[in-house]
Design a protein around this ligand. Sequence first.
Ligand SMILES: NC(=O)N[C@@H](CC(=O)O)C(=O)O
Ligand SMILES: [Zn+2]
Ligand SMILES: [Zn+2]
Length: 340
Amino acid sequence: MAKTFTINEPLDMHLHLRDNDMLRLVAPLTSKTFSGALVMPNLVPPVTTKEALLSYKNRILSACNGDNFIPFMTLFFQNNYSYEFLEDIKNEIIGIKLYPAGITTNSETGVSSMDIEVLRPTLEIMSRLGIPLCIHGETNGFVMDREKEFMPIYESLAIAFPDLKIIMEHITTKDAVELLDKYQNLFATVTLHHLLITLDDLAGGMLKPHLFCKPIAKTPIDRTALLNAALKAHPKLMFGSDSAPHPKHKKECCGCAAGVFTSPIALQVLVELFEKHNSLDNLNDFVSNNAKKIYNLNLKSKTINLVKEDFIVPNVYEYKEEKVVPMYSGETLSWSLEDN
Ligand SMILES: NC(=O)N[C@@H](CC(=O)O)C(=O)O
Ligand SMILES: [Zn+2]
Ligand SMILES: [Zn+2]
C-alpha cells in the first residue's frame, strides 16, 4: 500500500501571483493545495491603494476556480502612508512589504533609504495599529554579502520598534537564522529552494537560470543552518515559497529575471525533504502552525494528502501565451498529491 502523509491547512507565507494571464496560470497551482498564501504586492505599478488592493484580491479569487483558499493581501511600503489610510485598510491586509529601491524584481519604487528616522513615522503607525512589516532585507553591496550586511538594519528596527512584528523575508544565511533568537519581534520565512540549493547548483556548472533568484543562493554552511531550522520547525520560522514565476523567455535569455517558480512542486518536495531527514513530525508546524501563531490566522479546514508515488514534474506550465518553467522541470519526485 502506498505510504501517505497529510498536511492540514498548508500556508505559503511569501508568494508572487502576478496578474492577468500569468495570474490565471499560477493561482490555481497554489489555491488547489494551500489554504492560504501571503500575496506579495510587487505588481507594476505596485499595490499602494485600497482600490488597487481590493480589485487585485478579486482578480486572485476569480482565478482560483472556487477553491477554498484565502489570499492574504499586502501593501507595498511607502513612507507617506497616513494614520487614517492605514487604519482604514488595516483589516484588509496581513502586513506591509518593504523593498529597498531596485533591490529585486519590480522594486524600483521601494524605499531609497533605510534610515530609521526616515521610516519612523510610518513604522510607528504600523506598530500602533498592529500591522506586521515584511522586509526584503538586502543592501546593494556584493551580491553574496547583501543579506549579511542587512542584519544591523534588522537589529536597529527590532530595537526601535519593539511592538512591531518584523518578518525577514526569504532568509538565505546562517546569520539570519541566528538573529531570530536575539529579538522577540523578529520572524522569518524561508523558501523551498534555499533549503535545497547553494550557489554551486546555480552557477557551479552550466548556468541554471531557473535557479536564479534574489537573494541569491548562498554557501553550504548557510543552507545547513536554514535546513536545520526548518527541519526542527523553529517556531519563528515559516514556510514562504517565494514562488516567483517569470515568462520562460525572460528566464532563458541574456539578462535573466530573478525568481524561482516552485508552487506546483512545493508540498511534494517538502515531504520528500522532511522524510529524508526523519523530520516529518515537524512538517505541519513548519508549513502551517507556525504561521498561524505568528499571524494569528483562523482558517477553514483543508486537508492535503500526499502519496509516495512518482510525480514527473511538467517541463512547462502554460495558459494562453504564458509559459513558465517550474523548478525540477522534467524530473521525477517521489511524492505526489493524492488526487493527481
Ligand atoms: N525572489 C525573486 O528573485 N524575485 C521576486 C521578488 C522577491 O521576492 O525579491 C519576484 O517578484 O520575481
Ligand atoms: Zn524579495
Ligand atoms: Zn518574493
